[in-house]
Design a protein around this ligand. Structure first.
Ligand SMILES: C[S@@+](CC[C@H](N)C(=O)[O-])C[C@H]1O[C@@H](n2cnc3c(N)ncnc32)[C@H](O)[C@@H]1O
Length: 242
């Protein structure tokens, strides 16, 4: 497979930052189309795993346009709070727009920062979620460890990520759609092909969902579970801080 050249030559963090800066305005639209709107169902399931309740304080790492923040805000009630963190200004600007007239806006605060060095004290949050972003960070282990550090004992760390389906035929159809059709869709509807060629590539080189499950345990999370959704297109990993 041909690797995106910038990904080989430049620092990954810089490359990822540049990708999301360039597609921020079309990100939500592409997600809805590419996933046939399944992404909202996956996000709902992810936040259900976070075990939030009235008054909880939640964190969404790599929050992008704020979709998981909004899901969390529904769970924490009027007395709760949700922080969304992302390093990309353009994605945060779209999040601000998405929240501007949203009824749950007052429960959500957006912060610019890096997932591998979270600007929060230990044991601050009742949960930390991350959606479609473990693939994109420069250090997966460090990111999960940081999420665990800022969560209170008993709190959950939850990741929603694209995965690798295993069922024959479905698997082949999936990769055909993902590797051939999605980059074309990106080229014609967003005006750039690069980020949507990087997408299937980034899933291919990302560890298998079973390896991520093992990593959650190695980092020290307990009761680790991996839920495969939609035939294994995505996986939701959940662990509890001891
Ligand atoms: C695929 S988007 C996912 C956005 C959102 N979580 C969602 O569910 O749609 C990946 C996001 O991760 C952010 N990101 C990537 N690496 C990051 C890092 N090291 N620190 C903070 N944000 C990062 C990008 O800016 C982008 O907004």
């Amino acid at each position: 497979m041909k690797l995106p050249s910038a990904y080989q030559s430049k620092d990954k963090e810089e490359y990822v930052h540049q990708i999301f800066s360039s597609i921020a305005g079309k990100y939500d639209w592409m997600n809805t189309i590419m996933t046939f709107n399944l992404d909202s169902r996956w996000r709902r399931f992810t936040v259900e795993q976070a075990n939030l309740s009235e008054g909880s304080v939640g964190l969404d790492v790599c929050c992008g346009t704020g979709k998981l923040c909004i899901e969390q805000a529904q769970k924490v009630g009027q007395t709760g709070k949700v922080i969304g963190l992302d390093f990309c200004e353009n994605m945060l600007k779209v999040a601000e727009k998405n929240l501007a007239n949203h009824p749950l806006q007052s429960r959500i605060e957006l912060v610019q920062g890096n997932a591998i060095d979270l600007p929060f004290e230990d044991n601050t949050f009742d949960c930390a979620t991350i959606g479609f972003a473990l693939r994109n960070v420069p250090d997966i282990t460090k990111t999960i460890a940081e999420m665990m550090r800022v969560v209170k004992p008993g709190g959950r760390v939850v990741s929603l990520e694209l995965a690798k389906p295993s069922a024959p035929v479905f698997k082949q159809l999936y990769w055909f759609y993902f590797e051939k059709f999605v980059p074309l869709l990106g080229k014609f509807r967003v005006g750039v092909e690069g980020p949507y060629s990087y997408l299937p590539y980034s899933v291919k080189i990302f560890p298998h969902q079973q390896e991520i499950k093992e990593l959650f345990s190695q980092i020290g999370l307990k009761d680790v579970a991996c839920h495969e959704l939609s035939g294994g297109i995505v996986a939701v990993h959940v662990g509890t801080k001891p």
